[in-house]
Design a protein around this ligand. Sequence first.
Ligand code: RAM
Length: 360
Amino acid sequence: MTTTRRAAFTAIAATVALSLGVSACGLITKDSSSASPFAGAPATASGNPGAPIKKGLTIAFLPKQVNNPYFTIADNGGKKAVTELGSTYKEVGPSSGSDTSSQVSYVNTLTQQKVSAIVVSAQDAGALCTALRQAMKNGIKVVTYDSDTNPSCRQVFISPATAQALGRSEVQLLAKQIDYKGEIAILSAGRSATNQNTWIRYMKEELKNHAYENVKLVKVAYGNDDAQTSFQQTQGLLQQYPDLKGIIAPTSVGIKAAAQYLSGSTYKGKVQLTGLGTPNEMRPYIKNGTVTAFELWDPAQLGSLAAYAAVSLASGHINGMAGETFAAGQMGLVEIDDNGVVLLGDPTIFDKTNIDSYDF
Ligand code: RAM
C-alpha cells in the first residue's frame, strides 16, 4: 500500500472512531513517488473537477446477496446518499451468495437498461469481467464495493479497510483469545469471494510470524454465506478436529451461524470464535459468552461512499484515476489511490464493553 493518511487526520479520525464508534474516512493522500502509469482502473485521463454533480441519474446497487443484513445496511447507506444527491437508487441481486452466473445476468440486464452506474460487490474477481467491461464500453460507470473484481473491470473500488489490516487483525484477535496455542480453522464465505480470499491470504501471512509458532491452521471451510451451510460446516470442523481451539469467520453470515452452533453446544466458551459480523446480529453471542470480540466497519458508510463515487464518476467529475478527489458528504473530500482504490478506514472491534453503543 503506497498511500498514507495525513498524520493529523489520522490522529483525529482514530479518536473519533474510538469515541463515536464510526469508521474513519477522510482525505487519503497519495505519495507522489508511487505514481503508477499502470493503475488498473481503465481511466486514462482525469475527469473534470469543475463539472457539476448531475441529478436524475440511475445508480444500481448489485450486492453479493440481497437478503443479507450486512448488504441491507450497506445499500441503505447508498440509497440515502443517491437520493440526497437527486438521483434514483435501485437494488438488484441474487439471494444466494454463491450464484455468480446470476450476478453476471444482473450486470447484463442493467447494461440493457442503460443505468448510469453499477455499484457491485463481486462474488468472483474474474467472472463478472466480460459483462462489466461491456457495461463500461456502453458508458456505464462501474464501482465495486466490499468485494472487488480484477482492477481492469471497474473504475473505482471502495474497500472497507486494507485487506492486510483486516486479515492480520483477525489472527491477532483470535490468537490472544486462545493464548497463542492450538489448532484453528477459518470458516469463509464463497470459495471465489475476492474479499474473503484476500483477507485469508493475509491471515496466512500473519500466522508465519514467530508469535504463532504454536498456532496451527488446520482447515479453511466454506459456508457460501448461507446460514445452514455455515452452521453445518462449523459442526463438521469440530467433528473433524476435536481439539480445535478457535475459528475465524470473516463473513457476517458465517460468524453468526458459527456462533449459533457453538452457543448451543458443549463447545460454548471453550472454542473461541472471531471474525467479521454486525453488532446487532452478534450481540446475543457476546452477551452469552460465546464470542469475546469481533470486528467490522460501518457498512452504511461503505455503501454511502460507493454512492458518492458512482455519482461523481457518472457526472464526469472523476474517472477513477489515482490522485483525483471527490466529495463524499459528511465523510469529506476523498482521494483515489493507485488502482482506483478508496479506503473507508479502520474497522471497529466490538466486545462486551462497547457493543451496546452500536445499532446496526
Ligand atoms: C458477508 C459478505 C461480505 C462481507 C461481510 C463481512 O456479509 O461475505 O462480502 O464483507 O460478510
